[in-house]
Ligand binder design. Structure first.
Ligand SMILES: [Zn+2]
Ligand SMILES: [Zn+2]
Ligand SMILES: [Zn+2]
Length: 456
């Protein structure tokens, strides 16, 4: 039931003389559920005379603010904006595989792999395994050992795909929670070392020095991080070899997919990253898990460029909330026992808070990233030469919207080089008031969260 306060707010909005303008603002945010409120102005000036050619101020907008899309990539926060982000990421990844968006089509002939680098084990967890269409028992052991906490290390259940226990340890007290969050924290560095080792290995296989390798070939990467249900990240990456000037130049003849596969295998098993011992915790050395998956991406084969682009784009909009943690920062003073999460996520978060308080680990900023279970890297990253950028793709859309605004008469047609643009913007809140949320839900059929920190 909506509150009387919300209903009153909705009625006020409907009777507002600026209602049409408000509704137009909402339409332009494309269904964003938490639009950003901006207050400010833009003046277009003639640089020669200083005369004002055109002015826009939010003072004339409903509530004195302009509502713009939040542009989050996270589907749990705003499905509409995350969908835009997903589509942009898809085009970015696809351009790096088959060309387009300024990348020549010849790039599709460059050797290109889809690689999955996993995390190591931190203890036995409940899993769902399938073989030939049949679901296997989770972790059946006839002579299973009993752990020091009295738990038998066996589970004969055939788990359903949505069972909550999946990814959770057979014995939480034996599980290496510290190792799990430290691995997440160190994984961006492990990735960096992997890419360096890969370059070294490629040079060696091709019989070149590092310097000669750089003169002949460029390695390009695009990767996403994905949380496994146990709460550790693993990475999916597109790895491509180009000629010395990037995607527009052909790769050297020695750079075959087989040679690349060999080099990836070697580099993935060769690298490690260590965390020194701290009070109560031993020194740890992390490597990638043994499950390494390397597949060649081809236009016609088993693994097509569409499949890869769709896969990476899908994970680019997900974060740790998919494993049952919280979709917001955690304050060290929060009462963890009161959070509406499962015990496994609670223990991972508690471990971040505990280790994050140690001076020796301060630079891992585990407290700040506790809700991400220690991972503070970017979810989707690509090297400079991979393809176009999200910024360019967004600019294309902005240009299109601007052209549309000009042709429909909302913006006068100026050549950007001949006018001086003076603008000032400030953040004035986010989200909808209770009344607006009710109205937008009624108009769009989308249920919206109650007002969160929204200004007006
Ligand atoms: Zn949004
Ligand atoms: Zn099980
Ligand atoms: Zn145990």
């Amino acid at each position: 039931m909506p509150s009387t306060h919300a209903v009153a707010g909705m009625i006020t909005r409907l009777h507002d003389p600026q209602y049409a303008r408000w509704a137009a603002q909402i339409r332009r945010t494309g269904g964003c559920r938490q639009p950003i409120h901006l207050r400010g102005h833009v003046h277009h000036l003639d640089p020669a005379t200083g005369n004002r050619l055109h002015s826009y101020s939010t003072a004339n907008e409903p509530d004195g603010i302009l509502r713009v899309p939040c542009k989050t990539r996270r589907a749990s926060r705003c499905p509409a904006c995350a969908e835009t982000y997903r589509a942009d990421t898809y085009h970015l990844i696809r351009a790096g595989l088959v060309g387009g968006k300024g990348v020549p089509e010849t790039v599709s002939a460059h050797p290109c792999l889809f690689v999955t680098l996993t995390a190591p084990s931190f203890g036995t967890v409940h899993t769902r395994r399938e073989k030939n269409g049949k679901i296997l028992p989770c972790h059946a052991r006839r002579d299973a050992a009993t752990c020091p906490h009295g738990r038998v290390m066996s589970c004969t259940a055939r788990h359903g795909a949505d069972e909550q226990c999946l990814g959770e340890p057979l014995c939480p007290d034996c599980y290496d929670y510290a190792g799990s969050v430290l691995f997440n924290a160190m994984s961006p560095e492990l990735w960096r070392r992997f890419t360096e080792a890969l370059r070294r290995r490629l040079a060696k296989l091709a019989g070149l020095t590092q310097r000669e390798l750089r003169q002949q070939a460029v390695l390009s990467f695009a990767k996403v991080a994905e949380y496994q249900r146990r709460g550790v990240v693993h990475f999916h990456a597109v790895i491509r070899v180009d000629g010395p000037e990037g995607p527009a130049t052909p790769p050297p003849a020695w750079a075959t997919a087989d040679l690349m596969t060999d080099a990836v295998q070697h580099a993935a098993s060769a690298v490690a990253v260590t965390v020194p011992a701290v009070p109560g915790e031993p020194a740890r050395s992390f490597q990638w898990g043994t499950q390494l998956d390397i597949r060649e991406i081809t236009v016609t084969g088993d693994l097509t460029e569409q499949a890869v682009a769709a896969y990476i784009a899908k994970y680019a909009t997900k974060a740790a909330e998919c494993v049952g943690t919280l979709d917001r920062r955690i304050n060290p003073l929060d009462d963890l026992t009161a959070l509406p999460i499962r015990d496994h996520a609670r223990r991972l978060i508690a471990e971040c808070l505990r280790l994050g308080a140690l001076d020796e680990l301060a630079e891992l900023r585990l407290i700040k990233w506790a809700n991400m279970l220690g991972f503070r890297g970017h979810f989707s990253t690509k090297s400079r030469r991979y393809s176009t950028t999200l910024g360019d793709i967004r600019q294309e859309r902005t240009d299109y919207m601007r052209a549309e605004a000009i042709t429909t008469g909302r913006l006068p047609l100026f050549d950007e080089d001949t006018v001086l643009v003076v603008s000032h913007w400030e953040y004035a809140g986010q989200g909808f008031s209770a009344g607006d949320a009710l109205l937008v839900s009624a108009l769009t059929g989308n249920r919206l969260p109650a007002a969160s920190g929204g200004g007006s």
